[in-house]
Design a protein around this ligand. Sequence first.
Ligand SMILES: [Zn+2]
Length: 119
Amino acid sequence: MIKGSCHCGAVHFEVRKPLEWITECNCSACRKLGTIWAHADESEIDLTYAEGATLSYVWGDKTLAFHSCKTCGCTTHWLTLDKAEVPRMAVNMRLAEPAAVANIPVRHFDGADTWRYLD
Ligand SMILES: [Zn+2]
């Protein structure tokens, strides 16, 4: 179980599945946000924040929304929107304790172009 939170603590999460890898994506959004994602089904992540505590950002084909804490600005997670075929989500492992993720391999995803892992 890996816990994380934004800097001010308004948004926090727990990943309840073992992570084989975490993902750094080079798409225009992830690259600028500086995120490293742990992807999971909604049933595998507990995400806690007050209604309205995040700012959501939707772009491109509008299948997912990036969420950032309104108070401290950290990008915390993304959630698929209703039009996505399979509901998915990811939380930002930059917000986990470094020791908790130190031994998890980081894979590089080519979200900018081929939509494949580069390794
Ligand atoms: Zn915050």
